[in-house]
Design a protein around this ligand. Structure first.
Ligand code: ASP
Ligand code: CP
Length: 348
């Protein structure tokens, strides 16, 4: 399968070969993401990012990825300042903007709006998050993170125990992630959610049909035991009116829980943002200096993965090896205070 010219609305687009091809390309692009090398394969290309919902990571990392490959970016973050506020349809908006760019990234609180954008243009549309539906590029970066975490011990992802924790009903990242992770083999997927916030049945059935063991639980204390991966998520309060505003304390993944039930090599993830307000009971800050916490390795992974995706969709992936050359500006050796161990032994 070639990704060239494809819309990327769902994780269902990918098979395992395509994922692994993207990861090899993303591995090559890590030095570009870190400002050590340059590869201007998208020089002259323009991306439009249309975000109708809050975002820090997805918009800025898509834009950074496109810019680092030499492209340019048009960014729209406020629907009130777009002519949609004068009654213009998504279809007209999409057709108009597609005349200004080569690729669009769209985030919208409604599940269907990205499909309306897609239907009105031939320019590839990338889903940056559609309501409680999917977030396919987040799942790609989550999978790339796992590819690198488990690449370190050489065993890979097959046969692992993966715990997805929190609001699995409205959390779109886990919907895309369960689809991508189940392309691997012989997994135990443990879905740990409060009552009424469980993983949609259709997604569980698909993973089961692919031969994985599914376990359901409402208790992180029990379900996280022996997990290779713990993927925590934020309660999606913006998606349901009048529901709970925080998780119960038993869902708080903190130092105390992790030291009681997790292994020394468990990988702890979260798509972010985590809700760090008092009483939210989201993933706790007291794990920040624990090297099992992979959340910032996830965010760093967002750049090379999205570069690999854009290069593939725009048909320039094969030019990358020859386009790589050293960058000449100053960059600190590590990105954050706790990153040093993960930058060692990494080919820059
Ligand atoms: N940032 C992710 C999303 O947009 C997760 C979250 O917001 O909780 O889906
Ligand atoms: N993970 C993620 O999508 O983050 P943002 O909502 O900040 O883009």
């Amino acid at each position: 399968m070639s990704l060239t010219g494809k819309h990327v609305l769902s994780s269902e687009l990918f098979d395992r070969d395509e994922l692994e091809r993207l990861f090899s390309l993303a591995d090559l692009l890590v030095p570009v993401a870190r400002g050590r090398k340059v590869a201007r394969v998208l020089e002259g290309a323009v991306m439009a990012s249309l975000f109708f919902e809050a975002s820090t990571r997805t918009r800025l990392s898509c834009e950074s990825a496109f810019l680092r490959l030499g492209g340019g970016v048009l960014s729209c973050t406020n629907a009130e300042l777009m002519s949609i506020s004068k009654g213009e349809s998504y279809a007209d908006t999409s057709r108009v903007v597609s005349g200004y760019c080569d690729l669009m990234v769209v985030r919208h609180p409604d599940d269907d709006a990205v499909h309306e954008f897609m239907a009105a243009t031939n320019v590839p549309v990338i889903n940056g998050g559609n309501g409680a539906g999917e977030h396919p590029t987040q799942a790609l970066l989550d999978m790339f993170t796992l590819h690198r975490e488990f690449g370190r011990d050489g065993r890979g992802l097959d046969g692992r125990r993966v715990a997805l924790v929190g609001d699995l009903r409205y959390g779109r990242t886990v919907h895309s992630l369960i689809n991508l992770i189940s392309l691997y083999e012989d997994l135990t997927i443990v879905c740990v959610a409060p009552a009424h916030l469980g993983m949609p049945v259709a997604l569980l059935e698909r993973a089961e049909m692919r031969g994985h063991r599914i376990e359901l639980s409402e208790s992180p204390e029990i379900a996280l035991k022996d997990a290779d991966v713990v993927y925590a998520t934020r309660l999606q309060t913006e998606r349901f009116g009048g529901g709970p505003v925080s998780y119960g304390e038993e869902f708080r993944i903190d130092k105390s829980l992790v030291s009681r039930v997790c292994r020394a090599d468990t990988v702890i993830m979260h798509p972010l943002p985590r809700d760090s307000r008092a009483g939210s009971n989201d993933l706790a800050m007291d794990l920040n200096s624990d090297s099992r916490l992979a959340i910032f390795r996830q965010t760093d992974s967002g750049i090379p993965v999205r570069m690999a995706l854009f290069a593939s969709v725009l048909g320039v992936a094969e030019q990358i090896p020859d386009a790589l050359r050293p960058a000449t500006w100053y960059r600190p050796e590590y990105t954050g205070p706790d990153d040093a161990p993960f930058y060692r032994n990494t080919a820059l």
